[in-house]
Write a protein that binds this ligand. Structure first.
Ligand SMILES: [Zn+2]
Length: 501
């Protein structure tokens, strides 16, 4: 080992940094040197230095002192909850990021030759690997990168705001803070933070370790062929069937399944064409679903001729929000077969309907009698975007009406008039009693679920490491969700040199 490294080690010890930080701040990128450094740091620490317990590590604020406790608690958490995969997110105080920058400025100026091609890692990075190593060695727990179960390790530092407000006036979010610190020049750091940083009066403490189980979202569309099949109520309903099948396939209870439909269809009409979009939210899922789980769901659901589910795919929470947004603004296309009382007027009725404004027109609907108990009374104005009529072959008293309407329009009421509560209406326009024989929903406009690419090539570990990214709200590793097959890290975690700052 070079003499310079010994000098730096001694210097860092005198600055009251912990042995983990000393190793990290040395930024050795050669394994053989790393070992010698480890040995020297340990022995020097034992023989020459009495660290003052009362003053925490100037760099990491003592977060490394929780290493064993964290591993123990995570191991318990994993056993207790019977988790077979998880991923870690470490949240550290901003002050630690700031102090690390201060040390970086200090070391680069004092030992420019040594540091000219070295990168000092943030304290949470080695901590992450040390925890994983400890779990593997002590508890034989392997680490899986891709999981819907996240374990958040949250540190707290009571002087955090006091320190970070020297540079940043308000909480700008972890990601922005880190970026800002990276871009801040050494003169500013010297002026406002101090190089090397002050001795902290209190350490950072481990606030808690949280288990966060992410939700999964499944998008799709359904067609309904059986008029007596309900969307939401009773045994014979889409909701009931979805819950039965998905709770079986995903191993969760039906109360963990929430379903959002883009609009509702009651008894009495079919859903045809491209079908009605829906999104199912799965909560409390302990395992990442198997690759073929959606195929199994589709197979189990489609064992009937009453309805058909299609286009099942995993979607993001934003897609669900998007669907809810679009759901209230998109249009619907319906087709009605109606019987008119005065068959001799059929030809004229078709003519009258086809003369209606092709650019669309507005109707006023008083709360329909059918829903008068459920909805607040009022008059709603809705747009009929398109209406057309034609004859039905061999049935001289039947009329085929197609409608494109704004979401929320009561279309049946537009046809029969609802005792004059909807105006104008088809009954008044043709001047003849009209009754509905069948009603089909042909399409709902939004493109949902969005198309996803099926590139699921397996990634090598190296590629995977590059996928590791910062969680928006935390300093720590988190992993992008849509990276395909499960990557399991089974080997011993070596060190942090694979990471580039
Ligand atoms: Zn430290």
């Amino acid at each position: 080992m070079m003499e310079l490294e010994q000098i730096i080690i001694e210097k860092l010890y005198s600055l009251n940094t912990c042995k983990f930080c000393i190793k990290r701040l040395l930024a050795a990128n050669d394994e053989s040197i790393q070992e010698k450094i480890d040995t020297y740091v340990e022995s020097y620490g034992k023989n020459h230095v009495k660290r003052y317990k009362a003053s925490p590590c100037k760099s990491c604020l003592d977060i490394y002192s929780y290493l064993d406790e964290i591993a123990k608690r995570i191991a318990e958490m994993i056993t207790k909850n019977n988790l077979d995969n998880y991923r870690l997110v470490i949240k550290v105080p901003y002050a630690i990021i700031m102090r690390n920058k201060s040390f970086s400025v200090f070391l680069n100026e004092k030992y420019p030759e040594y540091y000219k091609d070295k990168i000092i890692l943030q304290p949470y990075k080695p901590l992450y690997f040390l925890i994983m190593n400890n779990l593997l060695k002590t508890y034989k727990i392997k680490y899986r990168f891709l999981s819907n179960v996240r374990i958040h390790i949250n540190f707290e530092y009571s002087d955090d705001k006091k320190e970070y407000s020297k540079l940043v006036k308000e909480d700008i979010g972890a990601k922005n803070f880190k970026k800002k610190i990276q871009m801040t020049g050494s003169s500013i750091i010297k002026k406002y933070v101090g190089v090397p940083p002050d001795t902290p009066t209190v350490p950072a403490i481990l606030r808690n370790i949280e288990l966060i189980i992410q939700k999964y979202y499944i998008g799709g569309r359904y067609l309904k062929f059986d008029k007596n099949f309900s969307q939401g109520i009773g045994e014979r309903s889409i909701t009931n069937l979805f819950k039965n099948v998905m709770s079986k396939v995903f191993g969760i209870t039906s109360s963990d399944i929430k379903i959002y439909f883009c609009g509702s269809d009651g008894l009495g009409y079919r859903v045809l064409g491209t079908g009605r979009p829906f999104c199912v939210t799965l909560c409390n899922l302990r395992k990442k679903p198997d690759d073929n789980s959606l195929e199994i769901v589709a197979e189990l659901l489609n064992q009937t001729s009453s309805y058909k589910v299609s286009s099942l795919s995993y979607v993001s929470p934003n897609d669900l929000l998007d669907l809810k947004d679009k759901g209230v603004s998109c249009t619907r296309t319906f087709r009605y077969i109606c019987k008119i009382q005065c068959a001799e007027k059929l030809g004229k009725a078709i003519q009258q309907i086809s003369m209606l404004d092709k650019d669309g027109f507005f109707i006023n609907q008083k709360t329909p009698l059918g829903v008068i108990r459920q909805r607040t009374q009022g008059v709603r104005t809705k747009k009929i975007l398109h209406v057309d009529a034609s004859t039905v072959q061999d049935y001289p008293d039947l009329i085929d009406i197609s409608l494109i309407v704004e979401c929320g329009t009561y279309t049946e009421e537009f046809i029969h008039g609802d005792l004059g509560r909807t105006k104008p209406n088809i009954r008044d326009i043709i001047g003849c009693e009209i009754s509905i024989l069948s009603k089909d929903l042909l399409s709902i406009a939004p493109d949902f679920p969005p198309l996803v690419s099926n590139d699921k090539d397996e990634m090598s570990d190296d590629e995977f490491f590059e996928e590791v990214d910062f969680d928006i709200h935390s300093f720590g590793y988190s992993v992008k969700d849509d990276t395909g097959d499960l990557n399991v890290y089974t080997g011993e975690v070596k060190d942090e040199k694979d990471f580039v700052e």
